[in-house]
Design a protein around this ligand. Structure first.
Ligand code: PEP
Ligand code: MG
Length: 574
């Protein structure tokens, strides 16, 4: 029995066999085709994969021209040229006919020849195109592989996923239903994969140094409470963990009591963050006050494309049906940076730093139709509902004004068609450094604030969402900034909620309550434990805690103070 250590990202336990995921290695099936009908079918699949890729790249090209310049867009042109080249299809077809290869294998061989020709070239230009061809290969194979029979080849039965790093789109391709837990080397507590793992209630351990010690197919225990992986467990240990697993499952299925105040009677709202509708099925709707953050961009991630207006109307109505008359905050698409990059997953986005600050509200304002369509869809489902719309990554007031103009245009378009809608409250996420200078002006132009600590930490402290541990949750600068946002909300009489992962951190929550947070929105996996904690928070016992936090020089000292408070007033944490 050997133990490997890691960092808990999403709590839980899994016992199962390992599936190694090497994201750069494409799984190419070996099946042969046997008759003409099958050959035709394979070519149809190729055509539809090429069509999908072309439209995806054309969409991306438009975004690149708007955001960057024509020069960057030309990289996409050369990819489009290859995809539209009739010889590509001709060569694939010949291989299928002659060798009876399936289309994935045939395409892979043909495109590998293109790559080889370019990598042998003397010119820098041609060698760089090698990267673009790799991108095409990945995209086309990805589309072809999406067919059910090939997906099943990747993960055949529920397994624990082990990989250097996993992107949200990797998880979709592999099918989260078949993943029992995740173990990676890279990946931070506030990363989008962490958010997805919590949404799917998957135990997730990151920061594992010696991944290669874990073998394909071996049985392991993943303990993402204690931050460890147990290799070759002896039967006594396995039994112990099976008992624990049952206990945690019983605990997880326990009814969560709706709590709306702290122990001393101070009103305190607990809302949930939602990425996928099914998350709502596992929760009793009487156990939370409402949805404080619905991350709509995950609809795009699931589809690998922007959802249409009608698709959005259907999804939003379904969400509203599931939550009854509870309030809900839909955040407009927060594509960009890593989420957008994950969704489109283009090689050039990974290697070109010009894309780093791309996204948020900027991306939608540069592509107004995307935002206006979303506003129309949200307005269409708003009748008689307590519906709020929130704008992400706001860094100045012009962005709010521009978004409001589009919102009014969306309203006018519905008026013309006599489509009913209700009054909707517009709010802003406070999560960039620039906006901290303009909180009063921002408060006077929106109706609520929501603090996004995941991005705020990145902008204030320079931490990376994808690689840092949770220490930034205890940084005195974070608490100072949050208290400033709460005060601006109070001065301008608008409500303030906090929806970053910091709110679901049991120790950080003590500090947040001390600096004035009275509404939080947390991931659905943390709802039960956070609700229990809020019920036991006694604000009378924390009167000087805020000044104590501000007087500290480093997050480690704040963390030990918060742990002490937690253990004294709330109880021992697992
Ligand atoms: C945040 O930044 O804290 C937040 C809630 O938004 P997201 O994690 O989706 O960027
Ligand atoms: Mg954010």
């Amino acid at each position: 029995m050997k133990i490997i250590k890691g960092r808990n990202i999403s709590q839980g336990i899994a016992i199962g066999n390992v599936h190694w995921h090497r994201s750069n290695v494409l799984v190419i099936p070996d099946e042969q085709v046997s008759d003409q009908a099958q050959i035709e079918k394979e070519m149809e699949n190729l055509q539809s994969a090429i069509d999908n890729c072309i439209s995806e790249l054309e969409q991306t090209r438009k975004l690149v021209v708007r955001h960057l310049d024509e020069e960057h867009a030309q990289i996409i042109d050369s990819q489009l040229m290859i995809l539209k080249d009739p010889y590509l299809k001709k060569e694939v077809k010949e291989l299928i006919e002659e060798e009876k290869f399936n289309v994935i294998k045939a395409f892979n061989i043909v495109i590998a020849n293109y790559e080889e020709r370019l990598s042998g070239s003397q010119s820098d230009y041609h060698r760089q195109r090698d990267l673009d061809i790799k991108d095409i290969r990945k995209r086309i194979v990805h589309y072809l592989i999406k067919r059910e029979d090939y997906i099943n080849k990747q993960i055949q039965e529920p397994s624990i996923l082990v990989s250097e790093s996993v992107s949200p789109s990797d998880l979709f391709t592999l099918d989260p239903e078949n993943v029992m837990g995740i173990i990676t080397h890279d990946g931070g507590a506030d990363s989008h994969l962490a958010i997805m793992a919590k949404a799917f209630k998957l135990p997730y351990l990151s920061g594992v140094e010696d991944l290669e010690r874990i073998d394909e197919d071996e049985e392991i225990i993943l303990d993402a409470y204690k931050g460890k992986i147990i290799k070759n467990p002896v039967s006594k240990t396995k039994q112990l963990y099976l008992d624990k697993l049952r206990k945690y499952e019983l605990e997880r299925n326990k009814k969560i009591e709706l709590i709306e105040q702290t122990k001393d009677g101070t009103p305190f709202g607990i809302y949930i963050n939602v990425e996928f509708i099914n998350e709502l099925d596992a929760l009793d709707r009487d156990s939370y006050s409402g949805i404080g953050l619905f991350r709509t961009e995950f609809l795009g991630l699931e589809r690998n494309a922007f959802p249409s207006e009608q698709e959005q109307v259907e999804v939003y109505s379904e969400v509203l049906d599931k939550i009854g008359d509870k309030p809900i905050v839909f955040r407009t698409f927060d594509f960009g940076r890593d989420k957008f990059i994950d969704m489109l997953d283009m090689e050039m986005f990974h290697v070109d730093s010009s894309y780093q600050d791309w996204g948020g509200i900027k991306l939608c304002l540069e592509n107004p139709e995307i935002l206006k369509t979303q506003f129309r869809a949200l307005l269409k489902v708003s009748s008689q509902r307590d519906l709020h719309i929130m704008l992400p990554m706001i860094s100045n007031l012009d962005e709010v004004e521009a978004a409001k103009e589009l919102f009014q245009e969306a309203q006018q378009e519905l008026d013309k068609k006599n489509i009913n809608y209700s009054e909707v409250k517009l709010g802003a996420m406070v999560e960039t450094k620039e906006i901290l200078e303009n909180l009063d002006e921002l408060a006077s132009s929106v109706e609520f604030f929501s603090i996004g600590t995941n991005d705020l930490a990145h902008f204030i402290l320079g931490t990376s969402r994808d690689s840092d541990s949770v220490t930034h949750h205890y940084h005195p600068f974070m608490f100072k900034a949050i208290s400033g946002i709460v005060e601006a909300g109070q001065r301008n009489q608008i409500p303030v909620t906090l929806c970053g992962e910091m709110g679901a951190d049991p120790y950080a929550l003590i500090g947040l309550a001390a600096v004035g947070i009275r509404n939080i929105s947390v991931n659905t996996s943390s709802l039960a434990s956070i609700t229990r904690e809020v019920k036991n928070i006694d604000l009378k016992k924390m009167e000087n805690l805020d000044s104590l936090i501000y007087s500290c020089d480093d997050p480690e000292t704040v963390q030990s103070i918060l742990i002490e408070y937690y253990e004294q007033y709330i109880g021992k944490n697992e």
